[in-house]
Design a protein around this ligand. Structure first.
Ligand SMILES: [Zn+2]
Length: 74
């Protein structure tokens, strides 16, 4: 299973902004638009590899997604 980190942007921030402000990084299955925690994600929101998981680049992250992700990845 492949996962991707996807941003949920702050109110008033848009994916087309030069520097979109990230409220939370969620984790979703690569073919899904719903995060592991159940939140609907905007398909145009910024994404990054789960390689960033656990680094400063993944902050602030969704704790629900984090807990579920750790359970699914050996
Ligand atoms: Zn989440």
């Amino acid at each position: 299973m492949e996962y991707v980190m996807q941003a949920h942007l702050q109110e008033g921030s848009s994916p087309s902004d030069e520097h979109p402000r990230v409220e939370y990084w969620h984790i979703a299955h690569i073919r899904e638009t719903t995060a592991l925690c159940g939140r609907e994600l905007d398909p145009s929101a910024p994404k990054q590899s789960t390689d960033a998981w656990g680094t400063d680049g993944s902050q602030p992250f969704c704790h629900t997604c984090g807990a579920l992700y750790l359970r699914q990845v050996p």
